[in-house]
Design a binder for this molecule. Structure first.
Ligand code: NAP
Length: 507
């Protein structure tokens, strides 16, 4: 495998070409980068081709990135392979120090990273700032975990034998991430990979490459050696096929849709790669009659409307017990009427654009389907926004299992409310999905809290909280929501292989 001659190559990222553009909104314009990063060089595609990146709030072009494909991906894999022996040989404490320096640079540049994110992803600036802190938290967490990679000395069956187990980095890792958390989905994978002693090739979503490229530039400034982190932007099927076909790539960590996760799993079969798959969800949010209503409203607002409803752990189906149903709906509708919609850069905006006109169409289709099947819109908003790019937040009552909002991940600011009578009915309805990522439930009863929590078939359950994602705790799903866990004390294991050493004491 040989590195191609890139169309443009430089040791430092070139500043933006766009005067008056996004770079001018940054304290450090050097963080707006329109190049891929392979083996320590900022490069264009071999054939010079580029892809446009657009502002989801307006559709205006922000800039371009290289349309990399097979050749550039193979060069990135070769660079990661070449960098691996030296990186894995570094003492864990040195890898940890470098990760901590990267963390510090992320926090110093948080405002610029947030601006890049709002520009390309659309989420409100305050939310983007929140994601930078959350994403940086994984780097700090795994810097600590690097220092704690340990092994085992097992009791041997005979006196002349010793059995040791050591943990080794799995090797070159492919990292494929979605657009909805353009920063944290990368740090949640790259930080444990680097902490373990692996090297990586990242493919960010073509919709949100600038957050990823700025992160990589900060990693370079932190002193992470060339080749340890490589990033290719561009054509997803070609890049994905090159990554999965390569025998050098020993692991794939993917976050995205279940359909693409299944495709990558199939493509990885020939080379028997280790896989971590963080896929789609269809989270239930159950409110029992004995719940604290204020807490349940706060929880559902946080869970449902963050990132305009475009998160894998968003409450997708809201089940409310008959005794509290009407009060809950009234309070929820009032809270949703109070949400300001608009450009994420406008202060006070809580709901930004959806990622694309196609996403707006899909969410609109879910709303229309529910209304046609008897649901009622109780929010009554009439927002002055571009209907191609924005969806007004809406509460729908009278939702039923026959509707698309019950079966599919809506990924938009739509809160369908299902009325239920008893606990068994709610649990059965909540579990009636092929997905198993996150579930939430609110109750004042301790015994119900344990009983329901144990019956919910999901990787994460939130009891009286609408938030289940922190760097200190395992994150991940069961069923068609994926394989493996990210973050927490076990997150680094995804990037480590066990080696058992049997020693015969012969002399
Ligand atoms: P997606 O379409 O599956 O894309 C995810 C990533 O895969 C992107 O980088 C995409 O590239 C890439 N990709 C698409 N087709 C590919 C192919 N043939 N080969 C290789 N890579 C390919 O998902 P999305 O729409 O970006 O994200 C939304 C989904 O992610 C939702 O289902 C959500 O629930 C899920 N998600 C899950 C978690 C979790 O932790 N479980 C977290 C966040 C999101 P391009 O964008 O460049 O096409």
């Amino acid at each position: 495998m040989s590195a191609p001659s890139p169309a443009v190559s430089s040791a430092t990222p070139p500043a933006s070409r766009l005067a008056g553009g996004l770079a001018d909104r940054l304290a450090d314009p050097g963080l707006f980068i329109e190049r891929a990063f392979i083996g320590g060089a900022w490069v264009g595609a071999e054939n010079g081709a580029t892809l446009s990146v657009d502002d989801p709030a307006t559709g205006a072009a922000i800039g371009t990135v290289p349309a990399c494909g097979t050749a550039e991906t193979e060069a990135a894999i070769a660079a990661a392979e070449a960098a691996w022996p030296a990186w894995r040989a570094r003492p864990a404490a040195e890898r940890a120090d470098l990760l901590e320096r990267w963390y510090a640079l992320m926090m110093e540049n948080a405002a610029d990273l947030a601006r890049l994110m709002t520009a390309e992803q659309g989420k409100p600036l305050a939310e983007a700032m929140g994601e930078i802190t959350y994403g940086a938290g994984f780097i700090r967490w795994f810097a600590g975990e690097a220092r704690r990679i340990d092994g085992l000395l097992l009791p041997a069956p005979t006196a002349d034998r010793r059995i040791l187990v050591q943990k080794e980095p799995v090797g070159v890792c492919a990292i494929i991430t979605p657009w909805n958390f353009p920063n944290a989905m990368i740090t949640r994978k790259v930080a444990p990979a680097l902490a373990a002693g692996c090297t990586v090739v990242i493919k960010p979503s073509e919709l949100t490459p600038y957050s990823a490229l700025a992160l990589v530039a900060l990693a370079e400034r932190a002193g992470i050696p060339h080749g340890v982190i490589n990033i290719v932007t561009g054509l997803a099927p070609a890049i994905g096929a090159a990554l999965t076909a390569s025998p050098v790539v020993r692991k794939l960590s993917f976050t995205g849709s279940t359909a693409v996760g299944a495709l990558l799993m199939r493509e990885s079969a020939a080379t028997i790669k280790r896989l971590s798959l963080e896929l789609g969800g269809n989270a239930p949010f159950i409110v029992f009659d004995d719940a604290d209503l204020d807490a349940a409203i706060a929880g559902v607002m946080a869970s449902k409307f963050r990132n305009a409803g475009q998160t894998c752990v968003c409450a997708n189906r809201i089940f409310v017990q008959a005794g509290i149903h009407d009060r809950f709906v009234e309070r929820l509708a009032a809270a949703v009427r109070g949400l300001t919609i608009g450009n994420g850069f406008t202060p006070g905006v809580a709901i930004g654009p959806l990622i694309s006109p196609a996403a707006v169409q899909k969410v609109g289709g879910h709303i229309a389907d529910a209304l046609a099947l008897g649901a009622e819109n109780v929010t009554g908003r009439n927002d002055d926004v571009d209907p191609q790019r924005f969806v007004s937040p809406v509460v729908l009552t009278g939702a039923t299992a026959a509707m698309r909002v019950a079966r599919e991940e809506t990924f938009g600011p739509v809160a369908p409310v299902f009325r239920f009578d008893d606990e068994d009915e709610a649990v059965a309805a909540a579990n009636d999905t092929p997905f198993g990522l996150a579930a939430y439930y609110y109750t004042g009863s301790l015994s119900r809290g344990f009983r329901v929590g144990e019956k919910l078939a999901f990787g994460m359950v939130g009891l009286n909280t609408g938030s289940v994602s922190l760097e200190v705790a395992p994150f991940g799903g069961i069923k068609q929501s994926g394989l493996g866990r990210e973050g927490g004390p076990t997150g680094i294991d995804e990037y480590l292989a066990l080696k058992t050493m049997h020693v015969g004491l012969t002399a």
